[in-house]
Unconditional design. Structure first.
Length: 97
């Protein structure tokens, strides 16, 4: 059953600090064989090792995706930056689900 209102989500990757940047691609495919490829670079920066690759909404018509490629120091900062304010956190890397 699909929701009447959109559900929001983000896709992220955390990389090892101090390494060379890594160019990568996120591949997404739906059941209806629609697909998207979102290119990004994992910077591996020691102060911002987490990259939000994409954000999206689930709608009645399918997924609406946005390529972000934005870096953050941790998952909590990334969620705060994208407006996920109603999250309870165990620590700065672990939301309570």
């Amino acid at each position: 059953m699909r929701l009447a209102s959109p559900r929001r989500f983000l896709v992220y990757a955390e990389s090892l600090a101090g390494r060379d940047p890594i160019d990568t691609v996120l591949f997404l495919r739906s059941d209806a064989r629609s697909q998207a490829e979102l290119a990004t670079t994992l910077t591996n920066h020691h102060r911002a090792p987490l990259t939000v690759i994409a954000t999206g909404y689930e709608t009645l018509d399918g997924l609406l995706l946005r390529n972000e490629s934005v870096v953050f120091p941790d998952l909590r900062a990334a969620c705060d930056g994208f407006g996920y304010g109603n999250v309870t956190w165990l620590d700065r890397h672990s939301p309570v689900v």
